[in-house]
Design a protein around this ligand. Structure first.
Ligand SMILES: Nc1ncnc2c1ncn2[C@@H]1O[C@H](COP(=O)(O)OP(=O)(O)O)[C@@H](O)[C@H]1O
Ligand SMILES: [Mg+2]
Length: 360
C-alpha cells in the first residue's frame, strides 16, 4: 500500500496543501504546533473515516470556515484509487471512493492504516473501550462482514436497552425481550468470536516479533477477556441474558456481551498495566501495532500504511534502529513525524519540513 498524493483544503491549520509522497519512509519534521500530526490525522481519516484525535468533525475544519476537504490518492495491489472526504461544520460528512458517494462502512478496509502515537499508551492504561476500539478497527480493516455484524450488534443492543427502560416504566412487556435476546446473541457470538481469534493471532505475532524490537527477552502478548460467559456461542448468550434479565431491567442496560469485554496486554504473561515499566509499556504497544501491521498483511496480502507520530524520540537507540531496519527490510510505507532530526537515522527516507501549515 502506497500513498501517492495528499490534498487538503481548510483542514486543521492547512489552507491548501498538495503533496506527493514517496513509497518507503516519509518523514515530517517541524516544531511543535507546526502541523505534522495533522497530516497523519488526515491520512487516517481517509482510512477509517473518523479521526483518532477527536469525535467532532467540526474540530477538523480550519477555524472560521465551513467545509474541509481531504483527498488521498493511494495505490493498492498496483491500482491507484482516490478517497475524498468533505467535512461540514453542520451536517454529515460526505465520503467518496473514486468519485462515488459511499457509506463509511464501505470505505474502511480500502486504504489500510495503522497509527501509533504517544496517546496509544492509553491502550494499556486507559478504559476498556479504548482496547475494544483498537481490536474493532483492526478487524474492520480486514473484514467488511465484521463491520456489518458490529453495526448490527450495536443497533440491537441500543434497541434492547431502550426496551429495558420501557419495561421498567411499565409501558412494554417482558415477552418482547425474547426476540431481542436471540438477535443480540447471534451478533454477539460473531463479534466475540472474531475478536478472540484476532487477539490470539496478535498474541502470537507479538510474541514472535517482541524480542526483536524490545532488544531483550521480554515476551509481550494479548489476552481477550469475555464478560459474563465462559465460552462464546449463541446459546450461552441467550441463557445468560435470561438469567440477568431482571437485573438488566432495573439498571436499564445489558449486562453481558462484547460491549463489556476487555483485552489485557501482557508482559511475560503478566498484566502489563500492573507489572510493566513505562518504557516496557511503550515498547509493548509499539510491538502490538507492528503485529497489527503483520496481521493485516497476512489477511490482505499487502502491508497497511504505517503512521508513526513522535515515536522515534521515545525509543532508545537500540530499539530505534531495530525499528528503522525492520521498516526498510519489509518495505513498509511509513509516514512519521519528528521534532528533531537527531533522531532520524541517515538515509532513512524523504524529509519534508513543516512550518505553520506549510510543507516544504
Ligand atoms: N481547526 C483548526 N483550525 C486551524 N488550526 C488548527 C485547527 N486545529 C488545530 N489547529 C492548529 O494546528 C496546529 C497543531 O497541529 P499538529 O499537527 O497537532 O502539530 P504538530 O506539528 O505539533 O504535530 C496548532 O497550531 C493548532 O493551533
Ligand atoms: Mg504532533
Amino acid at each position: 500500500m502506497n500513498i501517492k498524493k495528499i490534498y487538503l483544503n481548510n483542514f486543521r491549520n492547512y489552507l491548501n496543501l498538495e503533496l506527493e509522497l514517496n513509497d518507503g519512509v516519509n518523514i515530517f519534521l517541524g516544531e511543535n504546533g507546526a502541523g505534522k500530526t495533522n497530516i497523519l490525522e488526515a491520512l487516517s481519516l481517509a482510512s477509517v473515516t473518523v479521526s483518532y484525535r477527536t469525535r467532532i468533525d467540526s474540530d477538523l475544519i480550519k477555524w472560521e470556515n465551513n467545509i474541509a476537504e481531504i483527498r488521498v490518492d493511494y495505490e493498492r495491489y498496483g491500482v491507484t484509487s482516490e478517497i475524498k472526504l468533505l467535512l461540514h461544520k453542520r451536517g454529515r460528512k460526505e465520503i467518496y471512493l473514486n468519485g462515488n458517494k459511499s457509506a463509511a462502512k464501505d470505505i474502511v478496509g480500502n486504504l489500510m492504516t495503522v497509527v501509533f502515537s504517544p496517546e496509544d499508551l492509553m491502550l494499556v492504561k486507559g478504559a476498556p473501550s479504548i482496547r475494544r476500539s483498537f481490536i474493532d478497527r483492526e478487524i474492520s480493516q480486514a473484514s467488511p462482514l465484521y463491520i456489518d455484524n458490529l453495526i448490527r450488534y450495536n443497533k440491537v443492543l441500543k434497541e434492547r436497552n431502550s426496551l429495558l427502560k420501557q419495561i421498567k416504566e411499565g409501558v412494554s412487556s417482558r415477552e418482547l425481550l425474547d426476540i431481542y435476546d436471540t438477535q443480540l446473541s447471534e451478533y454477539a457470538s460473531f463479534v466475540a468470536n472474531k475478536r478472540m481469534e484476532a487477539a490470539n493471532r496478535l498474541d502470537g505475532i507479538a510474541k514472535e516479533i517482541g524480542t526483536e524490537i524490545s532488544g531483550n527477552k521480554e515476551k509481550f502478548g494479548l489476552k481477550y477477556f469475555l464478560s459474563g460467559i465462559e465460552e462464546v456461542c449463541k446459546d450461552n448468550y441467550i441463557k445468560k441474558l435470561k438469567e440477568i434479565r431482571e437485573k438488566d431491567i432495573i439498571r436499564g442496560s445489558t449486562g453481558v456481551g462484547p460491549h463489556l469485554d476487555d483485552l489485557i496486554f501482557t508482559i511475560n504473561e503478566n498484566d502489563l498495566k500492573k507489572y510493566g515499566s513505562q518504557g516496557q509499556q511503550r515498547t509493548a504497544v509499539l510491538g502490538m501495532k507492528l503485529s497489527e501491521v503483520i496481521f493485516l498483511k497476512e489477511e490482505k496480502d499487502e502491508y497497511p500504511l504505517l503512521l508513526l507520530d513522535d515515536v522515534l524520540s521515545e525509543l532508545d537507540e537500540k530499539r530505534r534502529s531495530a525499528l528503522v531496519n525492520y521498516l526498510k527490510e519489509e518495505s513498509i510505507t511509513t509516514v512519521l513525524t519528528a521534532t528533531d532530526d537527531s533522531y532520524i537515522p541517515k538515509d532513512m527516507g524523504k524529509i519534508y519540513k513543516v512550518t505553520k501549515g506549510k510543507v516544504l
